[in-house]
Design a protein around this ligand. Structure first.
Ligand code: NAP
Length: 251
C-alpha cells in the first residue's frame, strides 16, 4: 500500500508534519480552511476551503484516494475535528490527531478559567477595562455584549471592516511572538486584562508569560470537547502511525 495522507492544517504542527512526510517520501495533501490571506509554504500538495461537512469530506476522501487522515487542526477547530471523525468512520479511513498539550497555570499566573467563549463574555460583564482579546476573529462579535471595554486585537491580516466595538485597536502581526515584545505591547496600550483561548504550544504563549510578568489577570477559555480518536504529539509519531495504521482495515 502507498500512503496518501490528508493533513488537516491551520497550525505550525501541520506544517512540520508536511515537511516530515515529504522527507520520508510520503505523498499527501495539506488542507486549509482558507481563513488567512497568505498561506504558509510547505512541500506537499495543497487544497483550500471547506469540504461541505462530514459527507463532503467523506466524498473527498474517496475521490482523492486518501488512505490516512491526520487531524492537525487547532484545538478550537471543533467542527472540523468532528467532521473528520464522522467522515473517517463512514469511510473506514484511519484517523489520527496530532495535538499539543494545553497550557497549565504556573506560579504567578492569575487565571480565571471559563468553559467557553460565552463564559468569557460573562466574565467581562464588569467595569470598563483595557482588554487584550485573543479569541480569534470569528468570535469577536460575541464580545460586543460588553461595549464598555477598550479591546486590543491582534490579526494575521489587516482588518477590512470595522470591528464590533466602540473602542478598539488592531495590531497586525503574525506569530510566533516573544514575551518581551508582548510585555512591551501590553504596557504601551495600558492593558489590564487578557482574554485567551487555551491554545497550547509555544507560538501563542508569549502573551500568557507577559501577563504573568506584569501581574495581569487572564480569563482562560478551556478547549471545546473533541471526538475520541488516536492521538500523538509529534510529527515522527504521526508518520510512524501512517506507516502501520490501516493494515487491519485492508487499506
Ligand atoms: P471549525 O469551526 O472547526 O471549522 C468550520 C468549518 O471550516 C469546517 O466545518 C470546514 O468546513 C472548514 N474547515 C476548518 N478547517 C479546515 C481545514 N483544515 N481544511 C478545510 N476546511 C476546513 O474551524 P475554525 O475554528 O473556524 O478554524 C478554521 C481553521 O483555522 C482550522 O483549519 C484551524 O486549524 C485554524 N485555526 C483555528 C484557530 C481557532 O482558534 N479556532 C486558531 C488558529 C488556527 P466544511 O464543513 O465545509 O468542510
Amino acid at each position: 500500500m502507498r500512503q496518501n495522507l490528508l493533513i488537516l492544517a491551520g497550525t505550525p504542527e501541520a506544517l512540520a508534519l508536511a515537511r516530515a512526510a515529504q522527507g520520508a517520501g510520503l505523498s499527501g495533501v495539506v488542507s486549509f480552511a482558507g481563513r488567512v490571506e497568505r498561506l504558509p509554504e510547505h512541500p506537499l500538495e495543497r487544497r483550500v476551503g471547506g469540504f461541505g461537512g462530514a459527507s463532503g469530506l467523506a466524498a473527498y476522501l474517496g475521490a482523492a484516494g486518501i488512505t490516512h487522515v491526520i487531524d492537525a487542526t487547532h484545538p478550537f477547530a471543533a467542527q472540523m475535528s468532528a467532521n473528520a471523525a464522522a467522515a473517517c468512520r463512514a469511510t473506514r479511513t484511519p484517523l489520527l490527531a496530532l495535538t499539543r498539550a494545553p497550557w497549565q497555570e504556573a506560579p504567578g499566573d492569575r487565571w480565571t478559567r471559563v468553559a467557553d467563549v460565552a463564559g468569557a463574555v460573562a466574565a467581562l460583564r464588569r467595569a470598563p477595562a483595557r482588554v487584550m482579546l485573543a479569541v480569534g476573529r470569528t468570535r469577536l462579535v460575541e464580545f460586543a455584549a460588553n461595549p464598555q471595554h477598550f479591546y486590543l486585537l491582534r490579526f494575521v491580516d489587516p482588518a477590512r471592516a470595522p470591528q464590533p466595538f466602540p473602542d478598539y485597536e488592531v495590531v497586525v502581526d503574525r506569530g510566533p511572538f516573544t514575551e518581551a515584545a508582548d510585555r512591551a505591547l501590553m504596557q504601551a496600550r495600558g492593558v489590564g486584562l487578557v482574554v485567551s483561548k487555551n491554545s497550547g504550544g509555544a507560538g501563542a504563549y508569549a502573551k500568557i508569560a507577559a501577563a504573568r510578568a506584569l501581574g495581569l489577570p487572564v480569563i482562560m477559555i478551556d478547549r471545546p470537547p473533541r471526538p475520541a480518536r488516536a492521538e500523538v504529539h509529534d510529527a515522527a509519531a504521526a508518520l510512524d502511525w501512517a506507516a502501520h495504521a490501516g493494515a487491519d482495515l485492508g487499506v
